[in-house]
Ligand binder design. Sequence first.
Ligand code: GDP
Ligand code: IMO
Ligand code: MG
Length: 437
Amino acid sequence: MKVDVLLGLQWGDEGKGKITDVLTPGYDVIARFQGGPNAGHTLEFDGIKHILHTIPSGIFHPDKVNIIGNGVIVDPYILARELKRLRERGANPERNLMISKRAHLILPTHRLIDAVEEASKGKAKIGSTLKGIGPAYTDKTRRQGLRIGDILAGTFREKYENLKTLHLRMIESFNPDPEILRIEGISYEEYEKFWFDSIEYIADIPLIDSEVYINRCLKEGKKVLAEGAQGAMLDIDFGTYPFVTSSNTISAGVCSGLGISPRNVGRVFGVFKAYCTRVGSGPFPSELFDETGEMLRKNGNEFGSTTGRPRRCGWLDLPALRYTVMLNGVTDLVMMKSDVLDTFDTVEVCTGYRIGEQILDFPGYETMNHSIVPVLKSIPGWNMPISNIKTWEALPEAFRKYTEAIGDALELPVSVISTGPNRDQTIIRNFSGQRND
Ligand code: GDP
Ligand code: IMO
Ligand code: MG
């Protein structure tokens, strides 16, 4: 068998959590391969909303194995909090969750470094979630990071203190405002104590060589779904650098983030919203600054799942989508939050970027550094609620035309349509059938 991949095609928050949960019954294993608690993946069923940060979105299916892969970075404090909430809601994560020993740890001082570095950037700040993502991945590539597996060794505390000393020296050099040196509203010292308590709290989750486990599963004919975090436009190599996250969010990241061969990648589900959002700084060519943008934010409840920050909103950006469909080798398109456009008389899509006299149809290296005027195409809206519609055929004709126009522009039909946050508000139209296993 091959590993199917599900990932975001825009700037994150596309609805990956919901759709992973919907597809989970068709898989045996769900694995996260990159990112960390900067992610906030929302699932809704039985009238309850769950937000996951580190744990894969298949966790509510007790018979499915969920894996936090080696490419993920883990903050024990946030993971422990997630586990506690799951247990309060009747789940038993110790039975169906495992963590790669090779996953790197986010230390309390990584969060402080994130905070002081962002503060020092002033107007040029990335708009980071301040979860310590950049500093933890930096230590990984600097070959000085601590890994989950290190917790089991007798030398853990010593290694921790050595790295912490390096970090504190670096933090001091910023001469930071003491207010910045608080984490989750508490002092660094208190937070560090909770961090160590959290390591004990997560101790009943099995730590494994997940690359061996996953490859064995594939050999045994089990089906694996890799769940991405963030979105392709936040990819460290191909996103709107430097306003990106610090990992490879694209499908290539699955190979290094789980330890599987490129030959073992199967279907790639590319998830996008019927419009566009972005949290944090950086280019966003189709952004709306008027009441239409405000309406998208209101209708779509566009406030961050991790930070609560209002998300920037705009029309669907086809040049960016075309680019990310290409980078990821998407086989199946999944369109989310279609219902958010229900009340619009006209819906617009960005078909190109105008820079001076030139019109570009993809976000090239220089493109995003220029002031871009989006080329917009108007499409008639459907002006009726679609959240309770269950089949493609029953959807209003104007909606189907909008969807077909997107499929035509991307040369790939839209396979799945989400019409609301709930599990059952999902229309599976047809999968592409492009499997190569
Ligand atoms: P993720 O990070 O990609 O998992 O996405 P988030 O959970 O951060 O953000 C998606 C938000 O949209 C969540 O609040 C979901 O409950 C919600 N959502 C998902 N699909 C739909 C949909 O089809 N319609 C509406 N109205 N909301 C949706
Ligand atoms: P999910 O998985 C949306 C954004 C931040 C910031 C930039 C860098 O829920 O889609 P970082 O904390 O990684 O240093 O922040 O990336 N960002 C996200 N935006 N959804 C996410 O995750 C994000 N994770 C990071 O807002 O602009
Ligand atoms: Mg999110």
